[in-house]
Design a protein around this ligand. Structure first.
Ligand SMILES: O=C(O)CCC(=O)C(=O)O
Ligand SMILES: [Fe+2]
Length: 358
C-alpha cells in the first residue's frame, strides 16, 4: 500500500512486507508501487525493509558514540583508555584508518573538508572552485570484507573492539534489503525477477557512516558552508538510514532547483535511484538530485550565530559488479526512443565520479 508521507511531500511510503511473504500478486503490487515511485520521484520510503530496529540503533550508536564523532568519542575513548591504561585518543583512532589519497578507493576515515561532493564537474579548476565551499562532514566508508580491489580499512580492533564485526554483519543484512529491492524493481519494469540480481553478485557496495557536526546555521543557509551539496548518487540505488534531526532535501521532479524536505519517518529507510540505473533505464527511472542542508527551524527567532544540531546518517550504496557493462535495458529503447547513453562499465562510471570528489 502506498501512502503519501505528507500533503506536500511526494515521496511515497512503500510497505515491502507483502513482497517478502505474500503471494505473487502481492509482490506484483509492491513492484508496481516501487516502479512508479522511482519513475516519478526517484525516491521512496520503505518500511518493513528487513533491517531490525535494534541493528539500526546499534549502527547509529557506533556512528555517534564509538566511531566517528569527535566529542562523544572522546568521552568513550577516555573511559576506555582509563580502563585499559592505554593512550589512544579518538582522533588518533580515526587517523589509524585514513582514506587513501585516491578518490576511487573509497574506504576508511575522511575528516572534515576531505571529500567535496560535486555534481558532474570533472575539470581541475571547476573542482577547485567548488571546494572553496567545503562540505562540513566526516565519514567512515566500508565495503565487502572479501573485496580484493578495495580492502576495508578498519580502525584497529584494539582501539574499537567489535566495530569490524558489527559492520560486517550490518553490511550483510543490508544486502538482503538490496536483493528484495532489486527483485521488485525488475518485476516492476517487466523484466525477469533476477535480472538485476545477476548484475549484483559480488556485493561491490559501500556502507558509509556520516557525521555532520554542528555548524552555524546561517552559514548553511547563505551557502557559505555545505553539509553535502546537491548531487545524484552514482550506482544502482542507495538505501539510507537517517536520524531524526532532518536536513535531507530532494529536488522536486517538476521544478528544477526547488528542494523539498525528506524528513525522518520512524521505521523507514529512504531509497533512491542512482545514475547507473537511470542510464540503464534510458532515464525511465530517475536519479534525483538531493542534498543535506540545515534541518528545519523549530522556532524562527532569527538569532544569528545559532548552531545546527549534529546529524548522522548511514547510506548503503548499491552498485553493479564492477566489470559488468551497463547498456540500455530491453524495452527502454526502440523506434522513436533512441539510447541516450553509451554503454559503460560500473567501474568506469563510479571511479570517474568518485575521483572528482577527493
Ligand atoms: O546524509 C544524508 O542523508 C545524505 C547522504 C548522501 O546523499 C550521500 O552520501 O550520497
Ligand atoms: Fe547521496
Amino acid at each position: 500500500m502506498v501512502a503519501p508521507a505528507t500533503d506536500t511531500l511526494s515521496i511515497p511510503i512503500i510497505d515491502l512486507d507483502p513482497a517478502r511473504s505474500g503471494s505473487s500478486e502481492d509482490t506484483a503490487r509492491v513492484a508496481k508501487d516501487v516502479y512508479q515511485a522511482f519513475k516519478h520521484v526517484g525516491f521512496a520510503y520503505i518500511k518493513n525493509h528487513g533491517v531490525p530496529q535494534e541493528l539500526i540503533d546499534e549502527a547509529f550508536e557506533w556512528a555517534c558514540l564509538r566511531s566517528i564523532a569527535i566529542i562523544e568519542v572522546k568521552l568513550i575513548a577516555n573511559e576506555y583508555n582509563r580502563a585499559k591504561g592505554s593512550s589512544h585518543s579518538p582522533q588518533s583512532a580515526k587517523d589509524k584508518a585514513p582514506h587513501p589519497p585516491e578518490g576511487w578507493y573509497h574506504r576508511g576515515y575522511s575528516g572534515i573538508g576531505r571529500e567535496k561532493v560535486v555534481q558532474m564537474v570533472f575539470d581541475k579548476e571547476g573542482i577547485a572552485e567548488k571546494r572553496k565551499t567545503p562540505d562540513v562532514k566526516e565519514s567512515f566508508e566500508l565495503g565487502n570484507e572479501t573485496d580484493e580491489r578495495m580492502p576495508n580499512i578498519w580502525v584497529p580492533e584494539e582501539v574499537l573492539p567489535g566495530f569490524r564485526a558489527f559492520f560486517t554483519k550490518f553490511f550483510e543484512v543490508c544486502y538482503g534489503v538490496e536483493q528484495l529491492m532489486l527483485k521488485t524493481i525488475a518485476i516492476g519494469m517487466g523484466l525477469q525477477e533476477d535480472f538485476f540480481l545477476n548484475y549484483h553478485q559480488n556485493k561491490t557496495n559501500q556502507c558509509r557512516l556520516l557525521h555532520y557536526p554542528p555548524v552555524e546555521e546561517e552559514l548553511l543557509r547563505l551557502g557559505k558552508a555545505e553539509r553535502i551539496a546537491a548531487h545524484s548518487d552514482f550506482g544502482t540505488m542507495t538505501i539510507l538510514f537517517q536520524d531524526p534531526v532532518g536536513g535531507l532535501e530532494v529536488e522536486d521532479i517538476h521544478e528544477k532547483g526547488k528542494f523539498n524536505p525528506a524528513p525522518f519517518i520512524p521505521g523507514t529507510a529512504v531509497v533512491n535511484i542512482g545514475d547507473l540505473l537511470m542510464r540503464w533505464s534510458n532515464d525511465e527511472l530517475k536519479s534525483t538530485l538531493h542534498r543535506v542542508r540545515a534541518p528545519p527551524l523549530v522556532d524562527d527567532s532569527g538569532l544569528s550565530g545559532r548552531m545546527t544540531r549534529p546529524r548522522y546518517s548511514i547510506p548503503y550504496f548499491v552498485s553493479p559488479d564492477r566489470d559488468r557493462v551497463i547498456d540500455c535495458l530491453p524495452g527502454c529503447f526502440g523506434p522513436g526512443r533512441p539510447k541516450k547513453y553509451e554503454p559503460i562499465t560500473s567501474r568506469e562510471y563510479i571511479s570517474m565520479r568518485m575521483n572528482a570528489t577527493y
